[in-house]
Design a protein around this ligand. Structure first.
Ligand SMILES: Cc1cc2nc3c(=O)[nH]c(=O)nc-3n(C[C@H](O)[C@H](O)[C@H](O)COP(=O)(O)OP(=O)(O)OC[C@H]3O[C@@H](n4cnc5c(N)ncnc54)[C@H](O)[C@@H]3O)c2cc1C
Length: 387
């Protein structure tokens, strides 16, 4: 589209766009209506190699960075789709690449690269502790060559469409650690195996077509070799995954933002009321222009977060700020889009209400805007800790 600046990722953009063109609005509308997983679309992305973008070439992937991954996810959302169905593999991959052992990489990566296995799930959130992650109650206790897992998780997505999950659990009780972020560990969980031996999955019906679940662990035994990195250091490792997740979701919101702006710009040029296009009124133009400015600005922060992440530099501030800006910008674009479609914005066949619901999620998940503000206030500005 003419108003979008060209960048050095045009080749990736074109390739993802042409794949997405085979899965038009009607496809995602139907998938949403039927509350099913966009299996054919995720398969096509996998077969085309996009889901293995981050896997190094020696393991069968393309060895790209988070920057390129963000472009892939952005294009999916910009085409009208929803990366929420498959972004897990992109952010989980970094955790495995950066902290997994050689043996783990040799075991998992080739099969994930070929598409035989999916690593789409990450289990962090718990019902009784919410955003207060270091207080999680799920425990992993070592017994010989196994860890025994007990506890509960909530909102764990794509379990039914993934083969593996990266799980965060406490290995040393909170009372026995100096810092509350110590004593947590991360594990690879073979989901199909786990379902047969101690993990119960209860799907949560929700506002968007996002396959997500409650998980209950009752003496689930997993091999000790499934521990990723060192025991007790898991919180540090999972932060890499969370920063990648926030940055990718920023990119998805940017894709959504452009989608809303393109749709509404076209609509207000064509829709004639009071004898002229509604888009001739400044009351209609300005919110759209404002949303566009904010999406573009959010995108700059996304590039910054990606650049730092790919250079293995601290990027918590930028990843959080990119997610904050992008989620806000896409939500404003969504509001302008639904508003200026008038009644038609509410008709499913325009896809606006679907995208509106989908982009709303990102004010709350994977981290709420309030928690980002609190992070910036405390960690960047040095204001007193409020909780
Ligand atoms: C569709 C969906 C998919 C998800 N997928 C996953 C997944 O795959 N894996 C996973 O681990 N998690 C997942 N989540 C969980 C998600 O990350 C959490 O819902 C989110 O982090 C918010 O946590 P919470 O729901 O416990 O909210 P709470 O922590 O209970 O917070 C509720 C609200 O209170 C406010 N709040 C809380 N504390 C403060 C404070 N100190 N100061 C100011 N305001 C505050 C915020 O506005 C926040 O939105 C998913 C959630 C959804 C809805």
């Amino acid at each position: 589209m003419a108003h979008h600046t060209q960048d050095k990722y045009e080749e990736i953009r074109d390739a993802v766009r042409s794949l997405c063109a085979e899965y038009p609005d009607e496809y995602f509308r139907k998938v949403d209506e039927q509350r099913v997983y966009p299996e054919a679309f995720v398969d096509a992305l996998t077969k085309a190699g996009w889901m293995a973008a981050l896997i190094p070439q020696e393991y069968g992937g393309s060895g790209l960075g988070l920057t390129e991954a963000s472009v892939i996810m952005e294009e999916v959302n910009r085409a009208g789709g929803n990366s929420g169905a498959c972004h897990g593999q992109m952010y989980n991959m970094n955790t495995l690449l950066r902290h997994g052992s050689k043996a783990q990489k040799d075991y998992y990566l080739p099969k994930i690269a070929s598409g035989e296995w999916r690593l789409q799930s990450m289990g962090v959130t718990e019902p009784t502790t919410g955003t207060d992650t270091t207080k999680i109650k799920t425990t992993a206790v070592k017994k010989g060559d196994r860890y025994v897992i007990n506890g509960q998780k909530v909102w764990i997505s794509r379990i039914q469409h993934s083969d593996f999950m990266i799980l965060l659990a406490r290995t040393t009780p909170l009372a026995d650690v100096k810092k509350k972020s110590e004593g947590l560990s991360i594990f690879m969980v073979d989901l199909r195996q786990a379902e047969k031996s101690g993990m119960t999955v209860r799907p949560i019906l929700n506002m968007v077509n996002h396959e997500t679940n409650e998980l209950f662990f009752e003496n689930l035994e997993i091999p000790a070799e499934n521990l990723i990195g060192e025991e007790g250091q898991g919180f540090k490792y999972i932060l890499d995954g969370l920063n990648a997740e926030r940055t990718l979701i920023a990119a998805e919101c940017i894709g959504d933002g452009y989608w809303f702006i393109d749709r509404v710009s076209k609509y207000v040029k064509d829709r004639i009321v009071f004898g002229r296009p509604i888009g001739q009124n400044q009351g209609v133009q300005f919110p759209i222009a404002e949303a566009y400015i904010e999406v573009e600005a959010a995108s700059l922060m996304r590039w910054k977060a990606c650049e730092l992440f790919d250079a293995h530099q601290p990027c918590g501030a930028q990843a959080n700020m990119a997610k904050y800006l992008a989620a806000k910008a896409s939500w404003e674009a969504a509001n302008a889009c639904i508003q200026f479609h008038g009644g038609f914005g509410f008709a499913c066949e325009y896809d606006v209400e679907r995208k509106f619901r989908e982009t709303r999620l990102y004010q709350v998940a994977p981290i709420s805007t309030n928690l980002i503000l609190s992070y910036v206030a405390e960690h960047i500005l040095g204001l007193p800790r409020s909780f």
